[in-house]
Design a protein around this ligand. Structure first.
Ligand SMILES: [Fe+2]
Ligand SMILES: [Fe+2]
Length: 368
């Protein structure tokens, strides 16, 4: 492993795991995992403004229940039972309300997931991103629920793909890729064969979310104007959430790297929707690595409540002393962010562990 700083000098302190200062990090923080139950707070449908902390708490509860419900939906599909779409509507309503109160809360909470729950949290994350994007694009509000449901169900066909492929710790072979790609048609078939008639919008997204404007997608090799606005939105939200997530193989990209990568894909994603999406993700997305004025590296913890350029952060490394730091929240503006940093530039091989550890600790509640 190479862990050098930007001057090319090797820094072994972060290789030893000693960034995890005793009592400030690690897997156990002495708090019980919240029991997933959908309380009235999570399902509150009003658009009342909430602080980031309040909404994060609600969003945690909501995501916890939503991922269990989508897991149960996948289980129904695996065992050949019809999907109970009506049972999903309250979830979509809850996520819509959360996005209306605080657009970034669901995005922040869904950044944390483990490998085995990836598909379910991904479904919830894409649902939240789609609703958020629909609002940004000022689409007809009466469509927001269908747009959210499309995000929630877009990968339901994966319930019929062998889990050995979904969890395979390495690249898929050509044959395995072909099997994986059937999930779009499988999902479409599952939904049109169900008891409840779903809208064309939902069916279109489920079938076509892997189509690309330049015709390089699948399953129908659609291109250009034949691809609907909703499918264009889904392609962006789905790809963004996939590449910024820890997967069985490969490092997740930071949100900023993902936006850069997708913007540089010539002709794949709708440029105008992409630029609205970039603005929605924000200047310093949750989970980004940033540099502070004090020459410390930090993880962005949450969306800003005030100044959009100064979200709460957790410094974890001092560039000057080359020492790991105890994890403490730096209040917004206390030590201003001077720019986003790339883990690659720092050759930080354990960045993924650092980010996951810091966000997991913050997820359990604010720490000081
Ligand atoms: Fe998919
Ligand atoms: Fe997906």
């Amino acid at each position: 492993m190479d862990f050098s700083n930007r001057d090319g000098r090797r820094d072994d302190s972060l290789l030893q795991g000693d960034w995890r200062v005793p009592g400030t990090g690690g897997p156990s923080f002495g708090r019980a995992t919240p029991k997933p139950s959908l309380g009235p707070a999570a399902l509150h449908l009003g658009a009342r403004r909430a602080s980031a902390a309040q909404e994060r708490s609600r969003a945690r509860e909501l995501v916890s229940v939503a991922k269990e419900q989508i897991a149960a939906t996948f289980e129904d599909v695996r065992f050949g039972r019809n999907i109970n779409v009506a049972s999903l509507w309250p979830m979509v309503s809850g996520i819509t309300a959360s996005v209306e109160r605080h657009p970034g809360a669901i995005m922040g909470v869904t950044r944390m997931r483990d490998r085995h729950e990836h598909t379910y949290v991904h479904s919830v994350a894409v649902c939240g991103l789609m609703i958020n994007l629909a609002r940004r694009l000022k689409l007809d509000p009466t469509l927001h629920h269908d747009i959210g449901l499309a995000g929630l169900l877009h990968d339901v066909g994966k319930a019929r793909v062998p889990t050995s492929l979904l969890d395979k710790p390495g690249p898929l072979t050509a044959e395995e890729t072909a099997v994986m790609r059937t999930h779009c048609e499988l999902g479409h078939d599952i939904l049109i064969g169900g008891d409840e008639r779903l809208s064309d919008l939902v069916l279109d997204v489920v079938l076509h979310h892997h189509e690309r404007l330049d015709g390089t997608g699948y399953p129908d090799f659609q291109e250009g104007n034949s691809i609907s606005t909703y499918v264009r939105m889904a392609a962006i939200c789905d790809t963004y959430d996939t590449v910024t997530s820890d997967r069985p193989y490969g490092l997740a990209l930071s949100p900023a790297e993902a936006i850069e990568m997708m913007t540089e894909q010539p002709g794949q994603f709708d440029f105008q929707i992409m630029s609205v999406f970039s603005g929605m993700i924000g200047i310093f997305p949750v989970g980004s690595m940033v540099r502070l004025e004090s020459d410390r590296l930090a993880v962005v913890l949450d969306d800003p409540e005030g100044d959009p350029s100064q979200p709460p952060v957790c410094p974890f490394y001092c560039i000057v002393t080359k020492q790991a730091l105890p994890w403490r929240v730096s209040p917004p503006g206390h030590d201003p962010i001077v720019g986003i940093e790339s883990p690659d530039r720092w050759r930080m091989s354990n960045w993924r562990e650092i980010r996951s550890g810091v966000l997991a600790q913050f997820k359990e509640g604010p720490f000081v």
